[in-house]
Design a protein around this ligand. Structure first.
Ligand SMILES: Nc1ncnc2c1ncn2[C@@H]1O[C@H](COP(=O)(O)OP(=O)(O)OP(=O)(O)O)[C@@H](O)[C@H]1O
Ligand SMILES: [Mg+2]
Length: 316
């Protein structure tokens, strides 16, 4: 069966209008999909897996069928099932069957995007393996459905997710091309935050504050007490909360008390501390905030107009 397609280099430029950076990953995903292969995107939350894929799907002109992987994703939910009311009236037939996402994607030759595949129950994974291997699916009492031209599967997976990552069977790995999505570069992260805030607020953000906010979010990924740090979503939220909080308090967006409170609000729930670290998330965020914003704290200390936040004295 021919599943490959031709791609123009301009496809990359189109993806670049929606995706910041990620040139290499975009090339790899585009090439694998154009070759008719299935893809496994592996990376922590917020690394742009969905953003990249949405853009790639639109470039290759493929419909995109989205499935959230979780423990409730049974084979029947994935494939589809008979409508009980209709079955009572008309018995089991193809007419009483309601397509689930897998069948929808197979029949339309679309891209099936399974998020958090590591949370999918084993029996549902087996259905996906079978479809990848046979390129058709057998639905009892309905029939056999071959995959239409263009059908491919992309699965996303978070390596930090303790829930059953190990269960992803070798059979899935063996039927997919794997593209790793690590954290973005700091330059890209600043651009991502600036774009997201601009989109939400309609106004450009101050570049220097964005840079500090991104540095803070990034520092949560290498702190000794933190098992999993914040994604770029934490930096985006911190900037948005900073702006709103400053307005509520009728103060400047660079007010340090506002910045610290916004940091705690945006980041403390996103970091996962090691068990036995003995510290609270707020404490660790404050420590990292004091390091990232050290220069501003020092300046504020010298300038009595801008009081440093209350609490512990700034670390020198
Ligand atoms: N390279 C990027 N270009 C543009 N926006 C990005 C990029 N990476 C991340 N983002 C932004 O960051 C947020 C998270 O991205 P996205 O939802 O694509 O991540 P994900 O890897 O799918 O996360 P999850 O694993 O939680 O599903 C979105 O608001 C998205 O717009
Ligand atoms: Mg996603």
């Amino acid at each position: 069966m021919v599943t490959a397609m031709n791609l123009a280099p301009s496809a990359l430029a189109t993806v670049e209008t929606a995706v910041v950076g990620r040139r290499r990953e975009t090339e790899l995903v585009l090439a694998a999909l154009a070759a008719g292969r299935n893809v496994l995107l592996e990376g922590p939350p917020g690394t742009g897996k969905s953003t990249l894929l949405r853009s790639v799907a639109s470039v290759i002109g493929t419909e995109f069928v989205f499935v959230e992987g979780n423990a409730e994703l049974t084979p029947a939910r994935l494939l589809g099932s008979h409508d009980p009311a209709q079955v009572l009236e008309r018995g089991y037939s193809a007419d009483t069957f309601v397509d689930g996402p897998l069948l929808t994607a197979l029949r339309a030759g679309s891209l099936l995007y399974v998020e958090e595949i590591n949370r999918v129950p084993e029996e549902t994974l087996n259905v996906l393996v079978t479809v990848m291997a046979e390129r058709e699916v057998h639905v009892p009492r309905v029939g056999i459905f071959p995959a239409e031209h263009g059908f491919r599967m992309v699965a996303a997976m978070n390596p930090f997710d303790a829930v059953g990552t190990g269960r992803i069977s070798a059979a899935i790995y063996d039927r997919t091309c794997r593209v790793e999505m690590g954290y973005q570069t700091d330059v890209d992260e600043v651009d991502i935050v600036a774009a997201a805030v601009h989109q939400a607020e309609g106004e450009p953000v101050e570049a220097e504050r964005t840079r500090l906010t991104v540095a803070l979010a990034r520092s949560t990924r290498s702190h000794a007490d933190i098992r999993v740090g914040s994604s770029v979503r934490g930096a985006i939220d911190m900037e948005l909360v900073t702006q709103q909080l400053a307005a509520l308090r009728s103060t400047d967006v660079d007010d340090l008390a506002v910045s610290l409170d916004a940091a705690k609000t945006a980041l403390s729930g996103r970091i996962r501390l090691y068990e036995g670290s003995g510290r609270s998330a707020d404490e660790v965020v404050e420590e990292l905030w004091r390091a990232a914003f050290a220069e501003r704290i020092a300046e504020a200390g010298a300038d009595s107009g801008k009081a440093p936040p209350s609490g512990k004295a700034p670390t020198p």
